[in-house]
Design a protein. Structure first.
Length: 470
């Protein structure tokens, strides 16, 4: 625990939804829900206006529609969000060499390491300046928490929402934490919370009163002792500038279970290509290819294959994923597919010669395990249906450009038609709405426009996603 509140936690306010509202004048001040729009989709982010109806992150999209039927439901634009995140992370990097991103919209910063703050007044000044710079650079707001530890800084930023700053003075931690739910402590999830509740422990004050020995008896030595220290406000976890990626993966949940083997294989190929794009974007290559299959009965199977050397070649990853698919029975139907790469290295393999050389070396040494060398797939790609084309090209919320009417975004599509609202981020009033045929030659998908004049778009810069544990 530090003697000064020099650990900063930034959390952007309703990030995905706020970015959509900022880029679409007609949605400002209105409920907006971003996420998967299919029957099995979930909410990624809900605007504060939508939260008033009870909509929240990770909620099934069907339930969200029942709670807020008049909200705008949009498909995420991740490249756009990553571009904005890159701008925010760049601002944080100017404050300190120790910046620990937790996600696209959240990060810790060690202000002490940056030499910008050594007491409450200087820390507050840095926090307020950061909020102003984020607003000027991105057009969005973020909430800032300042404290002497990571746990308390995160609690402070939650208290500051939306668009605020809260500083927790060192020495006030115990009084602040005491009445709070035990769930506020890092590491206390639903299962641990229920376990403690059955023991009569529901608040942080109850944890302190129970004592370390009792907590160790209930939760075990490591978890119990750690929980007791956290309840006292003791959190010595440092801000870590680099998080080593352990894996890169992508997955899709399908609205209707897939039964056709060819369609399943084509989806695996598509996922493999997306996975490699993300792998290359992070500057890595990997040795182990992983296939994830969730079947019709919710049983989940994973299969993996380890190559002799790391690769970032899409043919290698695709062929390995296809081989793994042959090991899985999909006759009952598939509801989710995923492809991942683990065993990452911080260099990339430029071609397949290293794989071939490894194969020759293995043969010369008498190694029994064959090395997989990719060859192009001979399975023809099935042409998409008109409905699939409309969904892919005209996703609600995504950007388009009309040869005559200019920039706009998709409000919805179906029955061979697409409805577009023509407006831009700098507009002050809702734009006009027009409907077109889905194959109108004057209408094309487009890159997002920057929220602030001179800012970046998703096409210009896309910061890599950083996820704990990946």
């Amino acid at each position: 625990m530090r003697a000064a509140p020099t650990i900063l936690h930034l959390d952007m306010d309703a990030f995905f939804a706020a970015a959509e509202q900022a880029s679409k004048p007609s949605l400002r001040g209105k409920p907006v829900v971003v996420g998967g729009l299919g029957p099995r989709g979930v909410v990624a982010t809900a605007s504060y206006e939508a939260r008033r109806f009870g909509v929240h992150s990770a909620m099934p999209m069907g339930q969200a529609r029942r709670l807020a039927p008049n909200a705008a439901y949009l498909v995420p634009r991740f490249a756009f969000y990553r571009a904005i995140s890159g701008q925010v992370m760049e601002l944080l990097g100017r404050l300190s060499p120790l910046v620990e991103p937790l996600s696209l919209d959240e990060a810790f910063v060690d202000l002490e390491a940056g030499g910008l703050a050594d007491d409450s007044a200087s820390a507050r000044a840095v926090g307020e300046r950061l909020r102003a710079e984020i607003l000027a650079t991105t057009g969005l707001t973020g909430s800032v928490g300042l404290a002497g530890s990571k746990m308390l800084a995160k609690i402070a930023s939650e208290e500051a929402k939306p668009d605020g700053l809260v500083l927790i003075e060192p020495g006030t931690e115990r009084a602040l934490l005491a009445p709070r739910s035990v769930r506020i402590i890092p590491g206390v999830g639903p299962a641990t919370g229920d376990h403690l509740r059955r023991a009569g422990i529901t608040t942080v004050a109850d944890v302190v009163e129970a004592g370390e020995d009792e907590l160790v008896r209930i939760l075990g030595r490591s978890h119990g002792a750690g929980l007791y220290r956290m309840a006292l406000g003791h959190d010595d976890r440092p801000v870590v500038a680099e998080r080593d990626a352990k894996s890169v993966s992508v997955e899709d949940t399908f609205d209707v279970d897939l039964h056709d083997r060819l369609r399943i294989r084509l989806e695996v190929e598509r996922l493999a290509e997306r996975c490699v794009a993300r792998l290359r974007g992070s500057g890595h290559s990997g040795r182990t290819i992983v296939l994830k299959v969730r079947r019709y009965d919710f049983s989940t199977l994973t299969r993996s294959e380890t190559l002799r050397g790391p690769t970032d070649d899409p043919l290698v990853v695709r062929e390995a994923a296809e081989r793994l698919l042959e090991l899985v029975d999909t006759t009952g139907g598939v509801r989710l597919l995923g492809v991942g790469v683990s065993g990452l290295a911080d260099y990339t393999q430029e071609d397949l010669f290293a794989q071939a050389e490894a194969s020759e070396e293995a043969a010369e040494s008498g190694a029994a395990e064959p090395v997989a060398v990719a060859v192009p797939s001979v399975v023809p790609a099935a042409p998409p249906t008109a409905t699939e084309t409309a969904v892919r090209r005209w996703a609600p919320g995504h950007d388009v450009r009309h040869a005559v009417l200019g920039a706009g975004w998709v409000q919805g599509s179906g029955l061979g038609r697409v409805t577009v609202r023509f407006e831009e981020p700098g507009g002050t009033a809702p734009g006009r709405v027009r409907t077109f045929s889905v194959d109108d030659p004057d209408l094309e998908p487009a890159d997002p426009l920057p929220l602030v004049p001179g800012g970046v778009t998703g096409a210009e810069r896309a910061a890599p996603v950083v996820r704990p544990g990946e």
